[in-house]
Ligand binder design. Structure first.
Ligand SMILES: Cc1cc2nc3c(=O)[nH]c(=O)nc-3n(C[C@H](O)[C@H](O)[C@H](O)COP(=O)(O)OP(=O)(O)OC[C@H]3O[C@@H](n4cnc5c(N)ncnc54)[C@H](O)[C@@H]3O)c2cc1C
Length: 350
């Protein structure tokens, strides 16, 4: 029998999504959040949601009555490796802000949760035994992806408001990437690494690029620096195996539901939150629901991640980028990517 209120630890994306799903079905829910108010544990930063391949969860949120308002849309993507530059155009990403701002994702979810009658307790660090659903985000003693960077004013920079720049340079962002991502009047320059996990060391490489690399200097231009960003992420090799512990449901990055290839975790936070609510409401086995929804997705992401960590280098990035058309539409790019994946699979190489 359902014991009410259902207690959820963590008012991040996964916890709030689960809370909204349960409350909409008339279940009493209490969310305990260690911070004093809503806002990402990493403060203000900017996120992108891919409109191609994985925007399915936005429709699921809509069905829950949550229509997230983006702060921008990206229609042009510059991909750059050390010696090659390519451009892709089309409907590419929606941009969302994170943190305690009025339009942040968590604030938009929070307002819906309050409307649905969810009860909140802020400013209390609780332990897993006080809750039914654990949504506490990346465990700080076990993170395996690191993002460091800066927020600048857009004004004075040479970045267009509808443009994202992705830079692949193994020396600056080992086994990862850098992005210049705009939102309204600001932009974030973030360096993401999967093998160099010390913030100071990663900042040092980014700072060296900002001081010496012509492309970085040109893009940032005279933009004013506003703040630093440091964030950690956690992907598990088999998050589904970690999703139930001692009768409790673990969702979002607390269980390692993350995109091990790129660090795009929002989709996983939302879907695992929805499925946890379904498991509670219909008394269904959470792990079976997850396995049905994700299939072998995590195995594939982990295989890619292992390969990238072990083998990627700037020569590979250059070779890979050289194969891309200089300019393509998103549909041309996706056709090209599918063809490449097919050829590689048949050559039994990456
Ligand atoms: C810099 C950065 C950039 C990113 N960019 C993207 C992107 O572009 N696209 C994308 O899809 N994903 C991105 N991600 C990943 C995405 O943000 C996460 O995967 C997602 O937020 C995970 O949601 P969550 O609910 O599991 O955890 P969180 O959103 O981290 O929420 C966890 C909540 O639990 C609270 N909490 C923790 N411990 C306790 C406790 N003991 N008691 C009570 N409360 C507790 C925290 O304060 C927090 O509010 C990015 C992450 C970072 C750090």
């Amino acid at each position: 029998m359902l014991r009410e209120p259902v207690r959820i630890l963590g008012a991040g994306i996964a916890g709030l999504t689960a809370a909204i799903c349960l409350a909409r079905q008339g279940v009493k829910v209490k969310v305990i959040e260690k911070k004093k108010s809503i806002g990402s544990k990493f403060g203000f930063h900017i996120n992108a949601l891919r409109l191609y391949e994985e925007s399915d969860f936005l429709q699921e949120l809509e069905q829950l009555g949550v229509q997230l308002s983006p702060s921008g849309k990206i229609t042009r993507m510059i991909k750059k490796s050390p010696s090659v530059l390519r451009c892709i155009e089309g409907d590419l990403y929606l941009v969302f802000e994170r943190g305690d701002g009025r339009e942040s994702i968590e604030m938009q979810l929070f307002h819906t949760a309050v409307k649905e009658g969810v009860e909140f307790e802020f400013g209390r660090f609780a332990t897993a035994d006080e809750a039914d659903i654990i949504a506490t985000g990346a465990p700080m003693d076990r993170f395996n992806m690191l993002g460091v960077g800066y927020i600048f004013e857009l004004d004075g920079s040479n970045l267009r408001p509808e443009e994202v720049i992705l830079v692949y340079d193994h020396h600056i962002a080992p086994a990862g990437y850098l992005c210049f991502l705009p939102s309204r009047d600001r932009f974030m320059l973030l360096s993401v690494s999967f093998t160099l996990l010390q913030p100071r060391a990663l900042f040092a490489r980014l700072d060296a690029a900002l001081g010496g690399d012509e492309f970085f200097k040109e893009t940032v231009g005279r933009a004013r620096l506003l703040q630093k960003v440091t964030g950690m992420g956690y992907y598990a090799e088999d998050p589904i195996a970690q999703a139930m512990q001692d009768g409790k449901l673990y969702i979002g990055e607390a269980a390692g539901f993350q995109d091990a290839r790129r660090g795009f975790g929002i989709r996983y936070a939302v879907i695992s939150g929805i499925l946890a609510a379904e498991s509670v409401l219909r008394n269904r086995d959470f792990r079976i629901l997850l396995a049905d929804a994700f299939g072998r997705e995590f195995d594939r992401l982990n295989e890619k991640r292992k390969w990238i960590n072990a083998s990627c280098c700037n020569e590979y990035f250059d070779r890979w980028m050289m194969k891309l058309p200089v300019k393509s539409s998103i549909n041309e790019y996706l056709c090209w990517k599918n063809m490449e994946t097919f050829v590689q699979a048949n050559q039994k190489s990456f």
